[in-house]
Design a protein around this ligand. Sequence first.
Ligand code: AMP
Length: 221
Amino acid sequence: MERRRVIFLGPPGGGKGTQARKIAEKSTLLTISSGETLRREIREQSEVGKLAANFVESGLLVPDDVITGVMLEGIKRLPPGAGFILDGFPRTVPQAEALQTGLAAMNMSIDAVIDFTIDDAVIIRRIVNRRVCTKCEEPYNLETRPPKVADVCDICGGALTQRVDDREDVITTRLGAYRAQTAPLVAYYTRLGLLHSVTANQPAERVEAEIRAILESPLSK
Ligand code: AMP
């Protein structure tokens, strides 16, 4: 893959996590998911977890400095030269600016931003049908990708659950946060010449093919 440092941008339920897993499985790219990282910190009741818990559970964005610190640490810990996908980070313009500065200090920069475009009605339906494994976080969809055995993860046998922030009332807050705070990143990364859009409202294999085509296209720099 020519484009090795990639951001997955898009609303909750757009399929960023599913696609990050698919692409990482068949490439050398490593994924750092901000949502998964925060949920792990919350489970472990770490300092970051305690700071983040109320925000995550109510569907609000955690403060920029908290998530930026966690994600830059995650990037620093990757093996030298590793390519990566940032799933769910940055989600605000200040986070994007802090990422640019942090990467520059490590002599790195972003090669591409993949924007997942999808309608709200589809998002809500996807999220209310979403279940995730409590052990490995593999995502399922009760309509389009049910587990082989009800409530059990096909991959690791863990119990499936519905995230507390996937309830319909919290989804509205998350979509509001996306529109107000994250959507401006589309213009931000367009200005930097890094934005590529994919139509996320299609079967996962089609979305994956669109992403691969972007990541495998030659870098212009
Ligand atoms: P996700 O799994 O990506 O939907 O993220 C779940 C929740 O984690 C979000 O609703 C936020 O509360 C929090 N979160 C994840 N990424 C970020 C971020 N980049 N900035 C702020 N909060 C975040």
